[in-house]
Design a protein around this ligand. Sequence first.
Ligand code: ADE
Length: 277
Amino acid sequence: MKFHVLTLFPEIPRAFFESSIMAKAVDRGIIAYNLVNIRDFAYDRHKTCDDKPYGGVLGSKVPGMLMLPDPLSLALESVGAVPREIGGQEARPRGGKPQRVIYVTPSGKPLTQALAQDLAREEELVFVCGRYEGIDQRVIDLYVDDEVSIGDYVMSSGELAATVIIDTVYRLIEGVISRESLEEESFSDGLLEYPQYTRPEIFRGLRVPEVLLSGHHELIRRWRLRKRIEKTLAVRPDLIEKARASGSLSKETEKTLKEIENGNGSDPHHRGRPEEG
Ligand code: ADE
């Protein structure tokens, strides 16, 4: 998988590509990346990349600036993006390579685990990071396949958002991290993760739940499932509703969920209370 990031500030995503698990995946040749400085494609003396929007900005005397379409489109074409034939029959040809162009913007569709899994099937992803008030709509119309938002809030630029998306995608690529870690984690089956503990057994008076010390694998598995359901019910009941509606909850999850909802969800194995005496 190759990530291209088109940006005015390549040092922001570079730090991520050069660190930790990502750096190892790059070293091992599983992941490749290409940071493109859009300013390299500005042709005037001052390397201008922005200008005032037509129509001004309502309610403001100082218009927010917009990224110029020319340097951005040249940067896109430098990584192999081809403009769509507007009004033509054909979708944008991809030159035989599965490549998807993503513009990160708060007005995009939300990033979800399902979208990350979908993006992980591509051979190349091209990220366009906006600064200022955004980019010219014609660049979106001509080159962009997906507009993606990482949440309902506005950041000052797209670099961090693109990096968040890259992080959710690259770890799904075969060989980056183990299959088992991916299967048990939050969202993989509509439930959040169970709580985890490591040494010491008593920390500041709080004990590790007894069941985890029992060595009884079946009891531990059931306890973890119950904890996942309790947590999801408490902080993301919408996820339970969604999973229920799509029929994706297992019989055991449904049964445990009903027990918890009927109030007999007391957990005989949780001894996370402070140590007495
Ligand atoms: N750029 C600024 N804010 C953003 C967000 N929430 N998601 C994606 N890109 C952004």
